[in-house]
Design a protein around this ligand. Structure first.
Ligand code: MN
Ligand code: MN
Length: 472
């Protein structure tokens, strides 16, 4: 008997002192599990509606307007509870709800990105080779190129014509639409291709998209397939070849978001990095009831996958200018507001993949279904390129998540010196804002079909909802 009592005392001590992770489904009630699953139906819809930064920001604006958000006018007078948004060049968008507290107490800011890896058309993309028509592409973001061949692709984007009119393009998503594809060599003839290193198995210049094969009926001219294709494009969009020079056309996987697994516990879809954090941070600000204590701000940004440069990326000043304008509008100044503000930089993290365990350090990586990941620092090679959140701020977020029963874990992106990656956290922290990375663990990140767990998506939503309510 004494032996057994001693053991249970040790067990209790262990329970009290040790940090252990647990599957979200073993922690939450059946009711909350149902809520989590239901929440992800809206998430999947958002993924299907917005496969590019333009479409995702437009869908977010549409939803926000329905919820009472109006375009921000720095000269208007806003009172607590008012909801505003600023759409930056139709590719990035900021939402805000004016809080009860004076704005010099700082804002609660979330930031996620809505651009995802894909194949962009080159400026002069159309050509014919051996009676097949193709588009040349320049891939966007970090991809394993071989993953992007032999899958159905859709074309999204905008063509601005010489007369200034813009034509929106979205083809390949509807079941009745045609789609497009990057071809690959048959295995029978691939002996030489197999000798290439894996990162060159398919090269950038081999990511050519097949778009047609029938000639224009005329025996006397060359490039008959290209002519026939250009003629179809002229009839459909009113464009001539030169108009491609002023177009932004993005080729993305044509499949829709779907449940994965017999238990339907996972979501498979294109572009979950980082629309999973975009949707959770954004839907949480939409769902804020009444007036938050502090002003709540959510930015959905562009260009993260290529380093955040450009005027729609977070290295530009558009977020800073908005915070300055909002501060002045509320009778304060930008630097006071930013210095007092705090941010959750919301971006996905690598979920542990048991099929490929070597890249991860088990004690410090994220697992799918163990909740939202809090990442103190990112970077590579000796924490290079990270903002590394202050312990005081990590502690504040730790307490906030626990208090609101958000299941969370910590996670570093892989083993030390195995690669690494960054987020927008550093650019926001550089504005003198307390910033930490949080996000959803993802399997097959940057692949055409990425995987997340519904439980983690829901925990991210819970975390952002609680964050906007922080009043201290
Ligand atoms: Mn990301
Ligand atoms: Mn990414």
């Amino acid at each position: 008997m004494a032996e057994k009592a001693k053991k249970s005392q040790a067990e209790e001590l262990k329970k009290k002192l040790f940090y252990t992770k647990k599957h979200v489904s073993l922690i939450i009630s059946d009711d909350e599990q149902k809520k989590a699953d239901k929440y992800c139906e809206g998430y999947k819809k958002f993924l299907d509606e917005g496969k590019t930064e333009r479409e995702a920001s437009a869908e977010a604006v549409r939803m926000a307007e329905k919820a009472g958000f109006v375009p921000f006018d720095k000269k208007a007078s806003y009172k607590a509870g008012d909801r505003v948004y600023l759409w930056n060049r139709r590719k990035a968008v900021i939402f805000a709800i004016i809080g009860k507290q004076p704005i010099e107490n700082g804002v609660n800011l979330t930031a996620a990105h809505i651009d995802s890896p894909r194949l962009d058309l080159k400026q002069n993309p159309l050509y014919e080779a051996d009676e097949l028509g193709f588009f040349k592409t320049h891939y966007y973001g970090g991809i394993k190129k071989y993953q992007w061949t032999t899958i159905p692709m859709a074309l999204h984007g905008v063509i601005v014509k010489a007369d200034g009119t813009a034509v929106n393009v979205c083809i390949g998503e509807d079941e009745n639409d045609p789609c497009f594809v990057v071809t690959d060599l048959l295995p029978h003839l691939a002996d030489e291709q197999y000798k290439r290193p894996a990162n060159k198995l398919i090269t950038g210049e081999e990511l050519n998209i097949l778009i047609g094969s029938r000639p224009f009926k005329d025996d006397d001219i060359s490039e008959k397939v290209k002519l026939n294709l250009m003629n179809i494009l002229f009839e459909k969009y009113g464009i001539v070849e030169k108009d491609f020079l002023s177009a932004e056309l993005e080729c993305v996987p044509a499949f829709k978001a779907r449940d994965i697994g017999f238990d339907r516990s996972l979501v498979g879809a294109y572009g979950q990095d980082d629309r999973v954090c975009a949707y959770t941070a954004f839907s949480a600000i939409l769902d804020v009831k009444g007036t938050p204590d502090k002003t709540a701000v959510c930015v959905l940004t562009d260009k993260e996958e290529t380093g955040s440069d450009g005027n729609t990326g977070l290295c530009s000043s558009y977020l800073k200018f908005f915070l300055y304008d909002l501060a002045e509008n509320q009778g304060s100044d930008g630097r006071t507001v930013m210095t007092a503000s705090r941010c959750l930089s919301a971006d996905v993290n690598a979920g542990f993949d048991p099929t490929f365990p070597d890249g991860y350090e088990r004690k410090n990586c994220a697992f799918v279904n163990d909740g939202i990941v809090v990442t103190k620092y990112t970077g590579a090679r000796g924490k290079s390129g990270t903002s590394d959140a202050n312990a005081e701020y990590v502690g504040l977020i730790h307490a906030m998540l626990d208090k609101n029963k958000v299941v969370w874990q910590t996670g570093e992106l892989g083993k030390v010196d195995f690669g690494g990656g960054g987020t927008v956290a550093a650019y926001i922290a550089n504005l003198n804002i307390d910033t930490i990375d949080v996000g959803v663990p993802v399997l097959s990140m940057h692949a055409p079909f990425e995987v997340t767990a519904k439980n983690d998506v829901y925990m991210a939503y819970k975390a952002f909802s609680a964050f906007y309510k922080m009043s201290e």
